[in-house]
Design a protein around this ligand. Structure first.
Ligand code: AVJ
Length: 331
C-alpha cells in the first residue's frame, strides 16, 4: 500500500473525558496508601519529562532496549516469518516516542502501523515522524487509555489482518501482577486469535542501579512525579503545593518493584475535585510502581494470561528482554 511521503498520519481521539478522570482520581485518593494511575503522569509536560528521563545517564532502559531492537530486528522478523502469514499491522501500546518503533518498522516493513497513546501531543509527534521515516507504512494514531479500551475502532487498516502487538519500555511494570495479567488478556482480545505480542520487560538487577535509575542526580524523575500534582491542580481544581512533597523511589524486594511516591513533608489538607484530603506528615501518595520480571517470572505471567512464549532476546548485560508471544490456543 503506497502512501505519499507527505501524507499526514490519521489521528483518532478517544481520550477519557474529564468526568472519568475525576472518578479515577477520587478512587485513587481513597486507596490506602493513596495511589493514582500511572498514565496520569503523561500530560504534555509529563511526556516531555519522561523523554528527558530517558536521556539521563542513570536510566539506561530506553537506550538498551533501542539497541536491542536494532540488533535483534532481523531475528525477530525471521521468527515471525517462521509462523505462517506475516503480521500485516503493528499496534504499539503507549507509543510515547518514535525511537522504539523505528527499528521494528525497518525490520518488518508492515503495510500498517497503529499507535495508541494517552498523550495527544506525544502521539502526534510520534506519528508524524514515523510517517515521514516510513513512507511505505500507513501510520495511524489513536489517543486512548489502551488498558481501558473496550475495543478498537472499526478501521480498514485493522480488518482481516494479522496483528503484532508491540509493548516496549517495560510499561507492563507499571501494573501490579494481577493487573498485568488482565492487561495481557486485554491485548489478546485486541490482537485477535492469530495475534502476536512483542513485549519489552526490564529485569531485576543490582539494587543500587535500580534505585539510581529512578533517582537521577539531575532530579528529572522527581520533577516527572511532581508534575502529576501540577496537572491535578490544573485539571481538577486542586491546590497541591508540589514543594511540600518529597519524591522517593525505593526497591521493594518482596514485590520485585521500584515504588515511586510523593511523601508529604508535613501534615496538610489538600483540596482536589471539590473535596478535602488530609495528608499526615510522612504520608505517601504512590505515583507509580515499576515491577521487574526475570525471564522465567515473566513467561509464567504470560502463560497465565493465555500467551505462549515463542522467543526471547536480551542485551549483552541481560538487563532486559524482548519476549515474543503467540496466543496459546492459536493453530
Ligand atoms: C515507562 C513505566 C517503563 O517504569 O521505567 C521511569 C516509567 N518512571 N522513570 C519505568 C518511569 C520514572 C517507566 N515506564
Amino acid at each position: 500500500m503506497a502512501v505519499p511521503a507527505t501524507a499526514a498520519p490519521q489521528l483518532i481521539d478517544l481520550h477519557p473525558a474529564a468526568a472519568d478522570l475525576e472518578a479515577l482520581v477520587v478512587q485513587g485518593m481513597e486507596r490506602q496508601p493513596r495511589q493514582l494511575p500511572a498514565w496520569l503522569l503523561y500530560d504534555a509536560e509529563g511526556s516531555r519529562l519522561f523523554e528527558a528521563i530517558c536521556e539521563q545517564p542513570e536510566y539506561s532502559l530506553t537506550r538498551t532496549e533501542v539497541a536491542l531492537l536494532e540488533s535483534s530486528g532481523p531475528a525477530i522478523a525471521a521468527a515471525l516469518r517462521n509462523g505462517q502469514e506475516q503480521p500485516a499491522v503493528v499496534l504499539e501500546f503507549g507509543a510515547g516516542n518514535a525511537r522504539k518503533a523505528s527499528p521494528l518498522l525497518r525490520a518488518l516493513e508492515p503495510p500498517a502501523y497503529v499507535a495508541l497513546d494517552i498523550s495527544r501531543s506525544a502521539l502526534e509527534a510520534t506519528c508524524t515522524s514515523l510517517q515521514a521515516a516510513h513512507p511505505a507504512t500507513a501510520v495511524l494514531g489513536i489517543c486512548c487509555d489502551y488498558a481501558g479500551a473496550s475495543g478498537l475502532p472499526p478501521l480498514a487498516a485493522l480488518t482481516d489482518r494479522r496483528r503484532l502487538g508491540f509493548y516496549p519500555g517495560s510499561s507492563i511494570g507499571n501494573f501490579e501482577p494481577h493487573e498485568a495479567r488482565s492487561l495481557l488478556g486485554q491485548f489478546r482480545r485486541l490482537l485477535g486469535p492469530s495475534g502476536l505480542l512483542l513485549i519489552g520487560v526490564d529485569q531485576p538487577k543490582a539494587v543500587e542501579r535500580l534505585e539510581a535509575a529512578y533517582n537521577d542526580r539531575a532530579g528529572v524523575s522527581a520533577a516527572f512525579a511532581r508534575n502529576l500534582l501540577v496537572r491535578l491542580n490544573r485539571e481538577l481544581q486542586g491546590n497541591f503545593d508540589p514543594a511540600s512533597f518529597r519524591y522517593q523511589a525505593r526497591w521493594d524486594a518482596l514485590h520485585s518493584r521500584i515504588a515511586m511516591a510523593l511523601v508529604s513533608r508535613r501534615a496538610q489538607e489538600v483540596r482536589l475535585a471539590g473535596r478535602s484530603w488530609p495528608f499526615q506528615a510522612g504520608e505517601a501518595l504512590i505515583t507509580e510502581y515499576s515491577v521487574k520480571y526475570g525471564p522465567a517470572a515473566f513467561e509464567q505471567l504470560a502463560r497465565s494470561a493465555g500467551w505462549q512464549p515463542l522467543g526471547r532476546w536480551s542485551d549483552p548485560q541481560d538487563d532486559l528482554s524482548l519476549h515474543l508471544l503467540a496466543q496459546a490456543d492459536s493453530p
